[in-house]
Write a protein that binds this ligand. Structure first.
Ligand SMILES: [Zn+2]
Length: 178
């Protein structure tokens, strides 16, 4: 996801200081899976930032985003690799990547996207046991407001507001179509 490098050559998350919370969460919940938890907590979609449930998949906002509107598309089933997934579920994920692009273009005027998967911890997967596709919206010049916010509470508030905005836009667009 376009990790920024400084002159030191070290990988640095200088634009996303709240991600330390994410690292702490992973350490705290080594045995847990936040995707399965969100899937199972059917009465807590807003708290879990879960946007869509489809037949075989779910779409949620990344609580530790690289940019505003950073979404995750995951199969309902806790599987770590694509080889374990049937064709119809893979197709559904691709359809959802199409639908999320439409949602983000409409609701927050995203102009481009980075879409991808990190498979395996060595490839950067924070949650290697549960496959998920990242959809990261981009703008010309990336005037991305979250880049200048370092306060976790502010980010949290921004996420809640954006969640409501994306839910409303989803209804307007009659999405998802998967
Ligand atoms: Zn899982």
């Amino acid at each position: 996801m376009n990790e920024q490098s400084q002159n030191t050559g070290k990988k640095a998350n200088i634009h996303a200081p709240w991600r330390i919370e994410y690292i702490n969460m992973l350490n705290d919940r080594r045995d847990g899976c936040f995707i399965c938890r969100a899937r199972d907590e059917t009465d807590r979609d807003a708290e879990n930032l879960l946007l869509w449930r489809t037949e075989n998949c779910l779409v949620m906002m990344n609580r530790f985003p690289y940019s505003a509107g950073h979404l995750l598309i995951a199969p309902n089933e806790h599987v770590g690799g694509m080889e374990e997934m049937p064709d119809n579920v893979l197709l559904e994920m691709m359809a959802l990547s199409r639908d999320t692009q439409r949602l983000l273009a409409h609701s927050i005027r995203a102009e481009g996207f980075n879409i991808g998967m990190n498979i395996g911890r060595c490839a950067g997967a924070g949650l290697p046991g549960h496959l998920h596709m990242h959809v990261v919206p981009r703008w010309s010049g990336d005037t991305n407001y979250m880049a200048v916010i370092g306060d976790v509470r502010v980010v949290s508030q921004a996420l809640t507001e954006l969640y409501e905005q994306l839910r409303e836009a989803s209804a307007e667009l009659n999405l998802p179509r998967a």
